[in-house]
Design a protein around this ligand. Structure first.
Ligand SMILES: [Zn+2]
Length: 456
């Protein structure tokens, strides 16, 4: 009886797929572009749209905001007990369109082509938001009661540090985020090798630091360069050292304990790690690249600025680096590496700015079991293999993990869609309709497994 009800509810997602697609398109059409410089984002427009849409199903929302135009949407499921079990997370903002001319379609028109919905934000993150809203709506429409509560929170400003979104909620309304479990973007990509299907569940994130380097010189007229000191000399040494940086290898993240599932039988160690990564590249290039990122710190120069006039020796040069750290590395480890790289380079100073601390949640939990069951049902496969993975990027999950909320990055992507071709943050962003539907089913199934439905 119980199982029958869940299946019939999941069927309703197929029956309502036109409405789900329309919802997703409507969300894309509201331009909530976050440039990182205020005033920006205007997430309140999306939050209000969502609030009105959910109201039709008896779901009330609360909008909490640091500034009026940048609201966070908090929608609590109405037919449940108060125990806060599961948080459905996503974000309302999108990154800017860098070069309109390179896009093959209007970035905010949300047109459909070859089974995909096209547009900025379609994949990141309005697809997940639409799927979570639809799962919630179907449960509410059928007035399904649960012993324990689930709530949807979609934040502002995810794309620029969360200082108006989840970061702000953590500092000012932490109780809103205190759930036992949470499910968010940032993981859950399908990987196919031969006939085998794997999902990489996002259990953690690498840290990100921004390093601002200042290299001093002494200006002079360029016709008598010996009268000054050209900062470019030290800069070129610094860049050369960074580009030749040889990171320490590390195979302590969880994923390295699961390589045999990919048919890699050698037990990984520091000595054989590079060979193992080569083997992984041969099986699947995305897997190889992932293992490479999860086995080392990366240091990448991204911005260089200097010189004010074509006939002046520059007084100083600024260089910006992007650094990604593993969950067991801290700012002391970063400092150690930087001091090695810059040893003996005169007039160079730097400042470290922490953008995101590395973070992680345990892998074997009730939420993993619920997701496994739900994804199997939603895509009709019972042979999926599950692997914990740390993501290269970071999301709002770092804020909930700070409160010990077990948080997974899992979207429920359909295996026929390849997340690598969604062009997240790039030109021609798109999202597969199959994934929109499977994600909605997975969300509904996961809520059902976690929150204890009351069946009369
Ligand atoms: Zn995102």
């Amino acid at each position: 009886m119980l199982n029958f009800d869940k299946l019939s509810l999941i069927d309703q997602i197929d029956e309502n797929s036109d409405e789900l697609i329309k919802l997703h398109q409507d969300l894309i059409k509201i331009e909530s572009v976050n440039t990182g410089y205020m005033p920006t984002g205007d997430e309140t427009n999306v939050a209000e749209f969502c609030s009105n849409w959910l109201k039709k199903f008896g779901i009330k929302s609360n909008l909490l905001s640091r500034v009026d135009e940048r609201a966070n949407l908090i929608s609590k499921y109405p037919y449940s007990g108060n125990k806060k079990k599961l948080l459905l997370m996503s974000h309302l903002d999108v990154v800017p369109v860098e070069n309109y001319d390179k896009w093959e379609f209007e970035p905010f028109s949300a047109e459909i082509k070859e089974g995909k919905i096209l547009g900025r934000g379609s994949s990141d993150c309005k697809g997940l938001l639409a799927s979570q809203m639809m799962a919630m709506a179907i449960l509410a429409k059928n007035k399904i009661e649960f012993e324990e509560n689930f709530t949807l929170i979609s934040g502002a400003d995810e794309e620029h540090g969360g200082r108006y979104g989840f970061g702000w909620l953590l500092d000012n309304h932490p109780d809103e985020l205190r759930f036992e479990y949470a499910i968010n973007e940032g993981g859950g990509s399908p990987v196919t090798i031969g006939n085998n299907l794997y999902y990489l569940l996002g259990t953690g994130e690498k840290g990100r630091l921004e390093i601002n380097i200042r290299i001093k010189g002494e200006s002079a007229h360029a016709s008598v360069p010996w009268m000054g000191k050209n900062a470019m000399g030290s800069t070129s040494k610094a860049i050369d050292n960074i580009l030749n940086f040889i990171p320490e290898l590390d195979c302590s993240t969880d994923i390295f304990n699961y390589l045999s599932l990919f048919g890699i039988e050698t037990k990984p160690s520091i000595q054989n790690l590079d060979l193992i990564i080569d083997e992984a590249y041969e099986k699947n290039p995305s897997l190889g690249s992932l293992l490479r990122a999860l086995s080392r710190m990366t240091i990448t120069p991204t911005i260089i600025k200097g010189g004010i006039k074509s006939n002046s020796v520059p007084e100083f040069i600024e260089l910006v680096l992007d650094i990604r750290t593993l969950p067991n590395q801290n700012d002391k480890d970063v400092e150690k590496e930087l001091n090695k790289l810059f040893e003996g380079i005169p007039n160079l100073s730097y400042e470290i700015d922490y953008m995101a601390k590395p973070n992680s949640s345990p892998f074997e939990t009730d939420l993993l079991d619920a997701i496994k069951k739900s994804q199997a049902l939603s895509i009709g496969r019972d042979d999926i293999q599950w692997i914990p993975s740390v993501s290269n990027g970071f999301t709002d999950s770092r804020f909930t993990r700070e409160l010990d909320v077990i948080t997974y990055g899992f979207r429920g992507t359909h295996p026929d869609d390849n997340p690598n071709s969604e062009n997240v943050h790039g030109t021609n962003e798109n999202y597969g309709i199959k994934s929109l539907i499977s994600s909605s089913k997975t969300m509904l199934g996961t809520i059902w497994e976690m929150c204890k439905p009351i069946i009369q």
